[in-house]
Write a protein that binds this ligand. Structure first.
Ligand SMILES: Nc1nc2c(ncn2[C@@H]2O[C@H](COP(=O)(O)OP(=O)(O)OP(=O)(O)O)[C@@H](O)[C@H]2O)c(=O)[nH]1
Ligand SMILES: [Mg+2]
Length: 297
């Protein structure tokens, strides 16, 4: 990857500090439509204009109308947030190559978010306007243990992600995608602590679940390995919230189940009238219930 060294700033604002800074005033102006991809169906009223949608499920099994707004810089992102005002946002964060874009594609049953085996594919905050009801945001990835996108994260992506979390008032929750087989790095741990300390609730999505089945000899050893890896990630993150297992291998029943569960949670989150704080309470209550059930078993 070519890095433009001269253009990289040498100082860095810590994430928690950046998240706690005041929200700047947003000038409401129309975004250039050239920034959009995946044009909607004929007869589809642009939610950028009307803010209205349909009354059925927010994300349908198929036939989802999705518009993508790529926001590579804070000013464009600010405009994107203003343009989608009135719609709830859910974002997907995680290390590069964790499967964030694949997760979004799988949830929406569309190939919108660019996925690749090369780390650092998503390089902007991509706002996906879904059926005029919800904005799913695909975020650039944190550097993982191979440090591949470390400089880009520090210089460009971390400030962009921080300004999104700080300035997007309708942002309800973060889905944090983590490859279930990966060890948790100190950077990931402090990133998630900062995000949660800023008041944004986090749902952990343990991705590439099918890889566990690939590596296990039989069903019991697969279940044991899944449990062991899940506990290790939760412990390393000191994470007490809700987690889900996810695989984009749709041929597997567990993949279809994971998709249904996550979509149902998203429906519940954006159906909350009270915004971020209500979502945090809802997630805490569900995590406590799940924990209670696990202790009874
Ligand atoms: N086996 C398997 N592979 C997956 C799954 N999800 C994603 N992948 C693969 O993981 C690689 C990375 O996926 P992406 O969706 O591009 O990951 P990302 O987190 O968006 O990465 P960046 O945009 O670089 O931050 C791709 O080769 C995907 O095909 C999954 O559930 N199972
Ligand atoms: Mg991506």
């Amino acid at each position: 990857m070519v890095l433009h060294r001269q253009s990289l700033p040498t100082t860095r604002v810590p994430l928690l500090f950046a998240l706690s800074m005041a929200r700047p005033a947003v000038r409401r102006q129309r975004l250039v439509s050239a920034a959009m991809a995946a044009p909607a169906r004929e007869g589809y009223a642009s939610p950028f204009l009307s803010g209205k949608g349909n009354d059925d499920f927010v994300v349908r099994n198929d036939r989802n109308d999705v518009r993508v707004l790529q926001c590579p810089t804070p000013p464009v992102l600010r405009q994107g947030i203003a343009e989608t005002a009135g719609l709830p946002h859910i974002c997907v964060a995680g290390e590069s190559n964790a499967g964030k874009s694949s997760l979004i594609n799988h949830l929406l049953k569309k190939k919108l978010a660019k996925a690749s085996s090369v780390a650092g594919k998503t390089r902007s905050v991509d706002l996906m306007l879904v059926n005029g009801r919800l904005v799913l945001a695909d975020l650039p990835g944190l550097p993982s243990r191979d440090h591949q996108v470390e400089r880009l994260w520090r210089s460009t992506w971390e400030p962009l992600v921080a300004s999104y979390v700080r300035e997007c008032e309708p942002l309800r929750a973060m889905l944090y995608a983590h490859d279930i087989r990966w060890k948790v790095t100190p950077l990931v741990r402090s990133f998630l602590q900062d995000v949660q300390a800023s008041g944004l609730p986090v749902v952990l999505v343990l991705t590439k679940d099918d890889r566990i089945a690939d590596e296990a000899d039989d069903r019991p050893s697969e279940a044991r390995r899944r449990l062991k890896l899940t506990q290790a990630v939760r412990r390393s993150l000191d994470f007490r919230g809700l987690h889900f297992h996810y695989s984009t291998e749709s041929s597997l029943p567990s993949s279809r189940r994971g998709r249904r569960q996550l979509l149902s949670l998203i429906e519940d989150l954006i159906g909350e009238p009270g915004g971020r704080e209500e979502c945090r309470r809802l997630l805490e209550a569900r995590a406590a219930k799940k924990q209670g059930r696990a202790e009874q078993d």
